[in-house]
Design a protein around this ligand. Sequence first.
Ligand code: ADP
Length: 158
Amino acid sequence: MLKAAFPGSFDPPTLGHLNIIRRAASIFDELLVVVAENRRKKYLFSADERVSMITELVRDRQNVSVVICDSLIVDFLQKQDIRLLVRGVRGVDDFSYEFELSMMNKSLDSRIETIFMTTDPEYFVLRSSSIKELASFHGNVAGMVPPPVAKALADKFQ
Ligand code: ADP
């Protein structure tokens, strides 16, 4: 039974995240999408809002569940007895950041394996922070996020 976790801020979830979720869910028996709640970070959407958006988007996937994590991901994985961490990579900059993060996690728990999934080409420019910026100026985010997320962004910035 291969169980993996896909952690991130998902503030908000984008079509890039969803692409990684769908692809990972077709490889692993179970995928846990882990929504980070870091008290020192400022989010546009609350953890509950991010969980409900993702839950709605993965409703058709029986093997995907969504949870909040407000602790160190390594501690969370140990509690859940998960060794596999999925991370999406858009390019070299992402890779160097993700590589360091995986080294850090491995130094905390050597059993953890990070699996890097390269983005599908049509999603490689999608980044939650730029999408929020665009939405704040009432720019068109259709094609970057699923329709319910586009609506949630429009509501936030109306
Ligand atoms: P973080 O808090 O690490 O910035 P994000 O919510 O931005 O978390 O992203 C979670 C994961 O999804 C990261 O591994 C990130 O690289 C990946 N990701 C984000 N956007 C995309 C995309 N467009 N294509 C592929 N992976 C992505």
